[in-house]
Design a protein around this ligand. Structure first.
Ligand code: 13P
Length: 249
């Protein structure tokens, strides 16, 4: 059975002591029990070691990694470095990396490989911009993002992947996709997996929704049959909100 996952992408927010304080608050909330099967936080790189050290029943992921194992890539962080501190997940293809750092699907395919080679799980993000949706091109865009960045994997490797659908127009805008819009795209993604792999692979894939997800709308979104949880930005920076979202099943 696929997992219900709530993940917090902290993006470039909080200093290290604020991050540690947030995790300690989350530890308390989680100890009271949450409905999600798995909770993950994605802090910035300098926070990872300290957050990993404090986190109880909370997995810790990284927001990015390089494709190479090591070498002369000043400013970059490799997948083996992340796995060496037991990082469990890495975000690949977040729309902010696609837009501001020119990350294209062929590079993202290599990042996915780097993450999987280290035994970590890739959280592969896809989603359309507002003009792409307005021109009714969103299914094609998402289909290409998945085909070019992910579908080179074999079915066994795909078990080490979680997909996040994040419509760019909903990120940080307060404008959430309706639950029907989210469901429509999630069902489409699941159908693509069934077509390219098997019905089993599709059924077992966790597909998360991201984009202005908050305690007020999470329940409605997560009640959709193909929405298995959320990738949360702003609301993941407040422990009470994140825990409430993790209980929205
Ligand atoms: P917001 O929840 O702040 O809209 O961000 C969503 C996101 O980009 C998570 O990766």
């Amino acid at each position: 059975m696929r997992k219900k996952i709530v993940a917090g992408n902290w993006k470039m927010n909080l200093n290290v002591s604020e991050g540690v304080a947030l995790v300690e608050e989350l530890n308390v909330g989680i100890s009271e029990g949450v409905k999600a099967d798995e909770l993950i936080v994605f802090p910035p790189f300098p926070h990872l070691y300290a957050v990993k050290d404090r986190a109880i029943k909370l997995q810790v992921g990284a927001q990015n990694c390089h494709t190479a194992l090591n070498g002369a890539y000043t400013g970059e962080v490799s997948a083996p470095m992340l796995s060496s501190i037991q990082i469990s997940h890495v975000l690949v293809g977040h729309s902010e990396r696609r837009a501001y750092f020119n990350e294209l699907n062929d590079l993202l395919a290599k990042k996915v490989d780097a993450v999987l080679d280290e035994g970590m799980t890739a959280v592969y993000c896809c989603g359309e911009t507002l003009p792409e949706r307005e021109e009714n091109r969103h299914f094609n865009v998402i289909g290409a993002q998945l085909a070019e960045g992910l579908f080179h994997l074999n079915e066994n490797q795909l078990k080490q992947v979680v997909i996040a659908y994040e419509p760019v127009w909903a990120i940080g805008t307060g404008k959430t996709a309706s639950s029907a819009q989210a469901q429509e795209v999630h069902a489409y993604i699941r159908k693509l997996i069934a077509t390219n792999y098997t019905a089993d692979a599709a059924e077992n894939m966790s597909i998360l929704y991201g984009g202005s997800c908050n305690p007020a709308n999470a329940q409605e979104l997560f009640s959709q049959p193909d929405v298995d949880g959320g990738l949360i930005g702003g609301a993941s920076l407040k422990s009470a909100d994140f825990i409430q979202i993790a209980n929205s099943y």
